[in-house]
Design a protein. Structure first.
Length: 356
């Protein structure tokens, strides 16, 4: 029988003991607490499976959630230290009351909460910082893809921000799917931020996504950040359809659109996006946005290097000499590959993700 967590409860994991301080995040799936770690160490973020939800869920869903927590631990454990520049670091893990728990480095907030705070103060994000974040997310996705996974749940709530507001880290790897060559899979991700191929099923009710599906969500994030927190109408339409019809929402929306998939970027949205940018940045930024939001995955950028170059074109600044860009095969020094002795920490493909 699972008991709810309370402050001062001590959680024992493989490497240490952690005393719960305050709950800092919750979702349908997880519950995040700030916790004090061993003496002279920084507080950490402990990620638990949401027990209240767990208690209400059917057995197959409970098993799914446990498997995706183990999936997340296995993925983060497979990373090398140099991979964690823009991916949240796993510090410890273990089981509590028979359920997996992750101890993660603690960051300040997430981009969703940060955007709400900025809006309440009518503040905007300085463009160099915004482009820096998009570049860092691009680097994090490049790492996930390099390890052979699709991320499939890119959204503001899954991008953590450090106290200096300069660095972001990708978090929440429970929805990862192994394989980046379009292997079909069951429904995965969040309808409000998904690529068309993640929301509209291919054959037999399965979904055909690939690495470029993450690029579409990067485009939706780019639009959201530049416009001061607005979702694309395409994303809202998918989100509303899913809320009212769950997986049947795709067919419902297609019917409502006369049998077609809704436009992923409307011209008035493109105009609003451009208007939010300095004149000198508009053309290059709009070119990147249009490329990322192509409905046809084959029309999107082929890899992170292309995105990185289009990003640098926006400010017209070549990458700094010491700029470390994992997406660049030339400068991706020490990138783990067979050439420099990396034997592969890949996780078995059998692990399935937590989406129904
Ligand atoms: N390492 C962390 N540091 C600070 N806040 C975090 C951290 N990890 C998660 N959070 C907060 O908790 C929320 C949920 O975490 P997430 O890993 O996305 O769980 P879920 O799988 O439930 O979506 C995030 O949106 C963020 O606000
Ligand atoms: Mg999340």
């Amino acid at each position: 029988m699972h008991t709810a967590h309370t402050a001062n409860t001590v959680i024992t994991l493989e490497l240490g003991h952690y005393r719960l301080l305050e709950q800092i995040g919750t979702s349908a799936y997880g519950m995040i607490w700030r916790a004090a770690g061993p003496a002279n160490t920084r507080d950490v973020a402990l990620k638990f499976i949401n027990q209240q939800q767990m208690a209400r869920a059917e057995a197959p869903l409970r098993e799914h959630w446990v498997r995706s927590a183990r999936n997340e631990i296995a993925f983060l454990q497979a990373l090398e230290p140099w991979d964690e520049r823009h991916i949240v670091r796993l510090l410890d893990s273990g089981e509590h009351q028979g359920l997996p728990v992750l101890a993660l480095e603690l960051l300040a907030t997430d981009l969703g909460k940060h955007m709400v705070a900025l809006k309440s103060r009518s503040e905007t994000i300085p463009l160099p910082r915004l482009l820096g974040w998009i570049s860092q997310i691009n680097q994090a996705l490049a790492k996930v893809h390099q390890y052979g996974w699709r991320y499939l749940d890119l959204k503001p709530a899954n991008v953590l921000l450090d106290w200096g507001l300069q660095n972001v880290k990708l978090a929440d790897f429970g929805t990862n799917r192994y394989g980046i060559q379009g292997q079909t899979h069951s429904y995965a991700g969040t309808a409000n931020w998904q690529a068309p191929e993640q929301f509209f099923p291919a054959a037999q009710g399965l979904y055909q996504s690939d690495a470029s599906s993450d690029y579409f969500s990067l485009g939706a994030m780019f639009y959201f950040l530049v416009t001061g927190g607005l979702p694309l109408r395409f994303c809202s339409a998918c989100g509303n359809a899913f809320r009212s019809h769950q997986a049947a929402g795709a067919e419902w929306l297609r019917q409502a659109e006369g049998g077609r998939i809704p436009a992923t970027l409307h011209e008035d949205e493109a105009a609003r996006f451009a208007a939010a940018l300095p004149v000198s940045a508009r053309d290059a930024a709009l070119a990147l946005l249009r490329a990322l939001l192509q409905a046809d995955p084959a029309q999107r950028p082929r890899h992170a290097i292309q995105i990185s170059r289009m990003l640098h074109a926006i400010l017209g600044t070549p990458p700094e000499r010491h700029y470390f860009d994992v997406t660049d095969p030339v400068r991706g020094m020490q990138r783990p590959s067979v050439n420099n002795g990396w034997a592969g920490g890949r996780v078995s493909a059998a692990v399935t993700s937590r989406s129904a």
